[in-house]
Ligand binder design. Structure first.
Ligand SMILES: [Zn+2]
Length: 191
């Protein structure tokens, strides 16, 4: 049990041992509900054939939707990013999951990401704007830069999620990377 659990992301041997003891102490009914929820999720959920987000159907509800803007595409690293963007309720377009970000240290290059699939979707001629919503990290930035350079010759408008300080935060407690990005991506401030 410990070796299975320690294979999960973010869980070391120590946490795996603690979780194992917790599972052993669990009420059998609650334990079975927990196991069933894992099994049912694994059996019923799959990756959308178009955007690669997680869905119960071959094509997800967002890709299938006639009310979402097909001309506006948001590119994210992971399916879970869609969940958080959807919670804001401010994005009305569709999505494309890359399944990661360019990271030479981890051996992840552009070919390991769903960039060819993105270009194929663009070739259909419907998409007019791409919002690059990869993470504001070195890897996410490198990925956004790579994609925008690939699409340089297309007529598509390319935007990137804005960088900034946390709302309610202070300059004093911002890290250097965030602060320098906020200064470099400053916006006109017209009253
Ligand atoms: Zn989809």
């Amino acid at each position: 049990m410990v070796s299975s659990l320690s294979g999960l992301p973010g869980i070391g041997r120590k946490s795996a041992t603690r979780i194992s003891f917790h599972l052993l102490r669990m009420d059998p009914i609650v334990f079975n509900q927990f196991i069933d929820s894992l099994k049912v999720s694994k059996e019923t959920l799959q990756f959308c054939k178009i955007c690669a987000s997680i869905t119960e159907h071959e094509i997800c509800d967002i890709c299938n939707s006639s009310t979402r803007e097909s001309r506006f595409l948001c590119v994210v690293e992971q399916p879970e990013d869609i969940f958080f963007i959807e919670k804001t309720g401010v994005f009305s377009g569709k999505y494309h999951v890359l399944n990661g970000a360019i990271s030479p240290l981890d051996g992840i290059g552009p070919d390991q990401l769903r960039i060819k699939e993105l270009e194929a979707r663009i070739e259909e001629g419907i998409i007019q704007e791409i919002l690059l919503a990869t993470n504001p990290t070195l890897e996410g930035d490198a990925t956004a830069t790579y994609i925008s350079s690939r699409l340089r010759d297309s007529k598509i408008k390319i935007t990137r999620i804005a960088y900034g300080l946390t709302v309610g935060g202070t300059i004093e407690y911002s890290d250097q990377y965030t602060l320098s990005k906020a200064i470099n991506s400053r916006l006109p401030f017209n009253q």
